[in-house]
Design a protein around this ligand. Structure first.
Ligand code: SF4
Ligand code: SF4
Length: 193
């Protein structure tokens, strides 16, 4: 298994290209020793919302079913909790594999994945800045990044529903910057060879 040249967990890079074959080969190398035990799926707190289980997705990657994998929302729903990485009996760095798939999808030419990548990026920026998600700021910056003047209309019903339920926050909630040291530490660790 090669992991010295794993891509960093942060992205985005230049959009518009097809998934990088070398990057795909690296992800395949990460999961090549998978024995299909299913521990990663059983351990994943987000598996219930994924359309492919992690175990199944690793198998599909090894079979070269890249298009099906990149149409899936499984890797986008990975919240990088590292549980699967800690529990995999083969010791495979599965969280890094999920992150690599996000990066590859973000750099590809699929519009749906590009949209998800921008949302993911803005979400992480928002959490780092505010110490928690601040919904109005998140959506404002997401709409700016998408450069689609009609997109806010698409989200208006959801926004009104959240507003009625008191789920929209307009301020930082006093936790602004609280997570900055954590994000700094992650960047430091990712930069290590
Ligand atoms: S826990 Fe590891 S060995 Fe088991 S299915 Fe997942 S990746 Fe494969
Ligand atoms: S790191 Fe991602 S895929 Fe692995 S258990 Fe956590 S959420 Fe699931």
């Amino acid at each position: 298994m090669k992991n010295a040249t794993l891509p960093p967990l942060t992205f985005l890079r230049e959009p518009g290209a097809a998934p990088d074959p070398a990057g795909l080969a690296e992800v395949q190398d990460i999961v090549r020793a998978c024995m299909q035990c299913g521990t990663c799926t059983a351990s994943c707190p987000n598996a219930h919302a994924m359309d492919l289980t992690p175990r199944r997705m690793w198998r599909m990657l090894l079979f070269g079913l890249f298009e099906e994998v990149f149409q899936s929302r499984t890797f986008w729903l990975c919240s990088a909790c590292y549980t699967c990485t800690l529990r995999c009996p083969r010791g495979l760095p599965l969280t890094a594999a999920m992150a690599a798939l996000k990066r590859l999808a973000a750099a590809g030419d699929d519009a749906a994945n590009r949209k998800k990548a921008l949302f993911y990026q803005e979400f992480m920026r928002n959490v780092e800045k505010n110490g928690r998600v601040q919904e109005t700021g998140l959506m404002f910056h997401y709409f700016l990044a998408m450069r689609d003047p009609l997109l806010p209309l698409e989200y208006t019903p959801l926004g009104l529903k959240l507003l009625r339920k008191g789920k929209l926050h307009f301020g930082g909630g006093g936790q602004r910057g609280a997570l900055a040291p954590l994000f700094g530490k992650v960047r430091e660790m990712e930069a290590r060879p």
